[in-house]
Design a protein. Structure first.
Length: 375
């Protein structure tokens, strides 16, 4: 009986709360935020990423070409000194490919083999799965999701004022909704009907009331006479009259519910008067909940329940693009290493000039960007 009433009330509140949910400015999902960030980053570095992506293929084509042509009998004049270029194409392409393959092998060995093999062993991540789980759980629970950090975020993000505004807005809309009012009235009336249609319950209430009445007028002859006179006129015993009165309660409740519109009209004002207390209660409950959470154990147990493939997917999904760039950068670094092997002094001077120029240009652009932002 009461369970059904509470369920109906909760269902009505939930449906009307969602009915007035703000749809004009939906909360962005994590996927949407990641997509936006990724799109901005791709737009900023699209040319560099494209070059990195095609560079290993250029090296591979250069390696194949070196079997047919490799700067045969060509020379480079630097400061009146001739430098033979013969064999340079294969040297640079092989050095770059070695750098690419080395980085690919190092990244692959992080995750493969998934299970321990007699000769190949096991990947670093699968082998250290439990240790990684403990380290991640400790870092997240102490550095990212500690109770202090969560409480600081709640205060700094002005979450409570937003909740306060949301509560006031929804309450105003719900309390002014005629359909909402009628549903709540109907649930209360149905509860009263269910309660007072129970014969045993009514008889129990009538017996208690009768006992209290007789106890109240005990030793009072005048009230006893008045009660006997009343029951005589009504032509029924007191208990029977009480049962008849209890039968009218659902109708009486229904009548008063119809007059309850004033309560709904004043509800937003009442909540606004007590909003500071509500805000404090929410804050206290949130703090109590945070301190009850064992974030470390939850994350640790959750990660330890992952198998090796799930751990690999977890890491790759968050770092796959970066790992691919590291792999492609290996080709660039290997290419630079090939240049140094070919002509160490000239290559080192050239590389130093390039790095210094890029650093100075980066500093200049950063300074101009900061200055433009201030303006």
């Amino acid at each position: 009986m009461f369970d059904r009433f509470l369920t109906n009330i909760a269902s009505t509140l939930r449906s009307y709360w969602l009915k007035y949910e703000i749809t004009s400015s939906p909360v962005e999902t994590t996927e949407a935020n990641l997509s936006k960030v990724s799109s901005r980053e791709n737009a900023d570095y699209q040319i560099i990423k494209t070059l990195l992506r095609v560079f290993p293929w250029i090296l591979f084509l250069g390696f194949l070409t070196s079997f047919f042509w490799d700067f045969n009998q060509l020379e480079l004049q630097v400061f009146s000194e001739a430098h033979s270029l013969e064999g340079l194409l294969r040297m640079l392409s092989v050095s770059g490919l070695i750098g690419y393959v080395t980085n690919w092998l190092a990244i692959t060995m992080l995750f493969k083999p998934v299970t321990k093999r007699p000769i190949l062993g096991q990947g670093l991540v699968p082998r250290q799965k439990n240790r990684i789980a403990v380290r991640l759980a400790d870092t997240i629970s102490t550095e990212l999701l500690s109770p202090k950090h969560i409480k600081d975020y709640i205060h700094s993000s002005e979450l409570l004022p937003k909740l306060k505004h949301l509560l006031m807005e929804r309450t105003q809309k719900m309390s002014s909704d005629i359909e909402f009012r009628e549903e709540i009235k109907e649930h209360i009336h149905d509860l009263m009907v269910d309660i007072f249609s129970n014969t045993k319950f009514k008889q129990s209430v009538a017996d208690v009331l009768e006992h209290q009445i007789h106890k109240k007028i005990e030793g009072d002859s005048l009230n006893k006479l008045a009660l006997k006179t009343y029951t005589f006129i009504k032509g029924a015993e007191l208990n029977e009259l009480l049962l008849q009165s209890l039968d009218t309660i659902p109708q009486d409740v229904h009548f008063h519910l119809e007059q309850s519109d004033t309560f709904y009209d004043q509800l937003p004002h009442y909540i606004e008067q007590n909003i500071h207390w509500i805000e404090q209660r929410i804050l206290v409950w949130t703090h109590e909940l945070i301190h009850q959470l064992d974030i470390f154990t939850y994350i640790k147990v959750h990660l330890e329940s992952y198998d090796e493939s799930q751990i690999e997917s977890l890491i790759r999904n968050s770092t796959n693009e970066e790992l691919r760039y590291i792999q492609q950068l290996g080709a660039v670094i290997g290419f630079v290493g090939g240049c140094i092997i070919w002509k160490p002094l000239i290559s080192m001077i050239t590389i130093s000039i390039l790095i210094t120029s890029m650093y100075l240009l980066d500093q200049l652009l950063s300074h101009l960007s900061t200055k433009r932002t201030k303006l």
